[in-house]
Ligand binder design. Sequence first.
Ligand code: FE2
Length: 430
Amino acid sequence: MKMLDLLVKNASLHDGRTHMSVAVRGGLIVEIAPGLDVPAHEVIDAGGLLLSPPFVDAHFHMDACLSHGLPRVNESGTLLEGIAVWGELKPLLSQEALIERALSYCDWAVAKGLLAIRSHVDTSDPSLLPVEALLEVKRLVAPYIDLQLVAFPQDGVLRSPGGVENLKRALDMGVDVVGGIPHFERTMAEGAASVRLLCELAAERGLSVDMHCDETDDPLSRHIETLAFEAQRLGLQGRVNGSHCTSMHSMDNYYVSKLLPLIAESGVSVIANPLINITLQGRHDSYPKRRGMTRVPELMAAGVNVAFGHDCVMDPWYGMGSGDMLEVAHMGLHVAQMTSQNGMRDCFDAVTVNAAKVMRLQGYGLQVGCDASFVLLQARDAAEAIRLRANRLKVWRKGKLVAETPEVIARLTVANRPARTSFFKVNQEF
Ligand code: FE2
């Protein structure tokens, strides 16, 4: 074999393989095998740690990120007050501030091994200022991040004046995906009409669809049913995604038993946003308070592709977050009670391979012929990576090292304690 650019030896892979070597040349993975010994310009011994494909966030709002407190904080914590606060901020936005905040977030993302993001961008205002800003950000970050944009009519494509025209103009400008928000339209019928209109628009233009769908605790919000129907009717299988789908949490079990196979059959994927769903949903409940996240393990068992998104970081809806998709997986694991070994691995897949499938990323994965983009984590397997929100020791993008964290070995030993407690010996590797 010709001289390699990079050889990562002795890595564990997320699919369970161990002692694997990953060979890289020309920005691509050219071989994966146990114990490869081929000359390379750079050789990294992973020491048995986990080498993962990059993290992927299939649902984010980069136009609003890092704006927490502008112009005021969402006091009630509800989705609707968040939309109102964002509405107050919109007239104050500038192109420069939008770009600066987005680029700051992209720096955080790369450091966390998050190398692909699907961001919704608000198309409600006729100025389309956020669209122009994020198209520029997409161009600037292209060497580091696959940034995909969704035309998102935050105020309702039918409810807001000029909603359809503004959205079409955003697509003309180069936005990749058609978005929507049927549960925010004026009536259920208008919501269903918006789903139909937007899916037809996507079919005409050969685009994908990613709709905020049923982000409500109302069990009668059933736009996911219409979305699945339209995906099938228009031959959009594999190109349509329902984001949030939180109403499914509160739906009647009998209805869900009919709905799940319909979603699977339509090829519609679903994105849950665990951090945001557990924060925003159930706000009108007393006790017991609903968790509000969609039925993740049941959807997966029915054969539906399910990803987890971060959705918000420090914006009018959520004052927390750091671009760490392991934090997202950690919350998803708890809220969905996915505590079995397979469940934990499924949560890791939800922020990597499943999310990549939603975005229809080309060249993604730890396979021969894929881009040499991967993350060396300070953990031995997927479950441990989630448990520790593990350090990203090294992040490569198409064969180039783009971020690095010094290895932290924290060895805590309880010493010099009274004899009564001396049997407590904490020896934690990480
Ligand atoms: Fe969202």
